[in-house]
Design a protein around this ligand. Structure first.
Ligand SMILES: NC(=O)C1=CN([C@@H]2O[C@H](COP(=O)(O)OP(=O)(O)OC[C@H]3O[C@@H](n4cnc5c(N)ncnc54)[C@H](OP(=O)(O)O)[C@@H]3O)[C@@H](O)[C@H]2O)C=CC1
Ligand SMILES: O=C1O[C@H](COP(=O)(O)O)[C@@H](O)[C@H](O)[C@H]1O
Length: 596
């Protein structure tokens, strides 16, 4: 092994850069790094992503401006050499392709139209994500961004509006102001109705001017209320589609209210678009720790063997927000927390968590496995669900309004702002394991996490030393999606000293301590994927059907029977019923234990 540290090899690629390859981590040689790469205009990030996708190895990544490969086969010199050769060969091939494509790129362009540009989501998430991609050099050389909505605005007014929400990365502020100026110059606005062919034809004309005869690729982001999705898709596809490149449409949730309306929406969209043009977004799939779930499971030997009913007692998916529906009450009242969070975000995470190993990292292979999980789920029993609604609460002289105090919410509304549910997957791996979900607004904290509680140690020699509550002494793996992203494992440990006392401590991977890079927002990843045609993190129509098939009967029953929610004070931990539900399934919520 030691000799490898001196064996630095170098290779010139046909597309014109050279890369050095050497071990960088001292004697353990766990990492190999391309140290002196000179990219000559090639985008290293893109090369890396291509390598990961092609080889299925997520162990090759960017670090400190270099491409780094973490080898998990460090035992022998030959395996390191094998890894080196693989990386060099694939990168060489990909670099040549990128070179060829970048020649072609001069002939092609991407036009991104944000439909509903005057709205909350566009301002808060979409434009900032597009800027971050621009800053990172991830957008193609030729691109144009158009805002489209009914509000009257000039290009300059759109730029002023957008500029207020653009931010620089904490770790990358260099030239940020200049980059913002450059970015804003690429943003334009067109005012139009969502159901007007004429107005979309005008947009098409403007897009063509910017495209200047290049091959045009067009991405429409529908950031509008769902009742106008189909009108907008119809007009965009018939009057503003690309004639010589691709046309893709990102659709925001909600995708219907139940199985019937969702199927009707899919049918209507498919009148104008093929399935592979539809990118149904669930922004939780773009969150860093959700992406990491598969890495954690499938690239660590220590987890996958434990990932079943044999060792896992229960799994919890917990979402909480410390604010109410203020400002979005009109939308929310028509949906409620089950549709807003559980049927999509939490269920998607559950599917990723519970799926079998996919054949590859290809989008269809992953989505095939997710859909199998969803179709194996047991119908949810209404008695396995608790619903709640927040009421006004005064603390320290500050009064927070109740849900129905919002003027946009109908008086006497029974819409749940909180729900907890016990779900089961009737397959060989998960038979009998409760998957608990809990989601609520106006709670005491804002967080999203996955908690995996393992079984008790059989015949535990240390039972006497761990206290009477066995649940408190079992291992728990926590994946904190937000805030303060972290993965930690609660283990039992001997308290140092002459006695024999155990406590529970955390093996803790806190992202902010381990990685200096700012974590990209979910919308950045998803927008980049849509531009690149990568569908892995978007919802396929059969996944959507299966998700609705699971929740529709429950929602119908709750709504038809006008079930009264359990009221909880704004800023509290939610209804006590959630604890009874968990107890019924012999579970304690992990987020309420003393050593969370
Ligand atoms: N905001 C958020 O945090 C999230 C939003 N979403 C989804 O994203 C989409 C956009 O959300 P958001 O930006 O909050 O929505 P908004 O309510 O802000 O609507 C976006 C734009 O659509 C136009 N619009 C609004 N209501 C109507 C109407 N009744 N008829 C025609 N046009 C209308 C308005 O533009 P103009 O009047 O200028 O035409 C508005 O600026 C929705 O589908 C939402 O469910 C999903 C997750 C989170
Ligand atoms: O989709 C939605 O998500 C947000 C929460 O997203 P986050 O990324 O801030 O955690 C939620 O507030 C909203 O009600 C819902 O529609």
């Amino acid at each position: 092994m030691a000799s490898l540290s001196s064996s630095v090899s170098s290779r010139s690629y046909s597309s014109g850069y050279s890369a050095s390859f050497s071990p960088v981590n001292g004697n353990r040689h766990r990492s190999l790094s391309f140290l002196s790469a000179s990219p000559q205009g090639l985008n290293f990030h893109e090369l890396c992503v291509r390598f990961q996708r092609k080889s299925g190895r997520r162990s090759v990544f960017m670090q400190d401006g270099a491409i780094v490969a973490n080898s998990n086969q460090t035992e022998s010199k030959s395996s390191l050499k094998g890894l080196k050769d693989e990386v060099l060969s694939v990168l060489s091939h990909e670099a040549a392709k990128v070179g060829a494509e970048s020649d072609g790129q001069n002939l092609s362009t991407v036009s991104i139209t944000v439909v509903g540009a005057s709205g909350d989501l566009a301002k808060k998430k979409i434009f900032p994500a597009l800027f971050a991609l621009y800053y990172e050099g991830c957008l193609p050389e030729h691109f144009t961004i158009y805002g489209y909505s009914r509000s009257k605005m000039t290009d300059v007014e759109l730029r002023n509006m957008v500029s207020k929400t653009l931010t620089c990365r904490i770790d990358k502020r260099e030239n940020c102001g200049e980059k913002m100026e450059e970015f804003l110059k690429r943003c334009f606005y067109h005012s139009g109705q969502y159901d007007s062919q004429e107005h979309f034809t005008e947009l098409d004309k403007k897009l063509k001017e910017h495209e200047a005869g290049r091959i045009s690729n067009r991405l429409f982001y529908l950031s509008i209320p769902p009742n106008i999705f189909v009108d907008a898709v119809k007009c965009a596809s018939t009057s503003a589609s690309s004639v010589n490149g691709w046309t893709r449409v990102i659709v925001e949730k909600p995708f219907g209210r139940d199985s019937e309306t969702s199927a009707a929406l899919t049918k209507s969209l498919k009148q104008y678009l093929k399935e592979d043009q539809i990118f149904r977004i669930d922004h939780y799939l773009g969150k860093e720790l959700v992406e990491n779930l598969s890495v954690l499971r499938f690239s660590n030997l220590i987890f996958e063997p434990l990932w079943s009913r044999q060792y896992i007692r229960n799994v919890q998916f917990i979402f909480s927000e410390d604010f109410g529906t203020e400002g979005r009450g009109g939308y929310f009242d028509n949906y409620g927390i089950i549709r807003d969070i559980m049927q999509n975000h939490l269920l998607q995470i559950l599917a990723l968590f519970a799926m079998e190993t996919p054949v590859s990292l290809d989008a269809e292979d992953i989505r095939n496995e997710k859909v199998k999980v969803l179709r194996s789920m047991r119908p949810i029993r209404v008695e396995d669900v608790v619903i709640g609604q927040y009421k006004s609460h005064t603390k320290g002289g500050v009064t927070n309004p109740g849900y129905t105090d919002d003027k946009t919410v109908p008086k006497g509304s029974l819409t749940p702002t909180f729900a907890a549910a016990a779900l089961f997957i009737d397959n060989a791996r998960w038979d009998g394991v409760p998957f608990l979900m809990k989601a609520g607004k106006a709670l005491h904290t804002k967080s999203a996490e996955i908690r995996v509680q393992f079984r008790h140690v059989p015949g535990n020699l240390y039972n006497r030393n761990t206290g009477s509550d066995l649940d408190q002494a079992t291992n728990e793996l926590v994946i904190r999606v937000q805030p303060d992203e972290a993965i930690y494992l609660k283990i039992n440990n001997k308290v140092p000293g002459l006695g024999m006392r155990l406590d529970r401590s955390n093996l803790n991977l806190l992202y902010s301590a381990r990685y200096s890079k700012e974590i990209p927002d979910a919308y950045e990843r998803l927008l980049l994927d849509a531009i690149e045609g990568e569908r892995r993190l978007f919802i396929r129509s059969d996944e959507l059907d299966a998700a609705w098939a699971l929740f529709t009967p429950l929602l119908k029953e709750i709504e038809e029977k006008k079930r009264i929610p359990e009221y909880y004070p704004y800023g509290s931990r939610g209804p006590v019923g959630a604890h009874y539900l968990a107890a019924k399934h012999k579970v304690q919520w992990g987020d309420v234990s003393i050593d969370q």
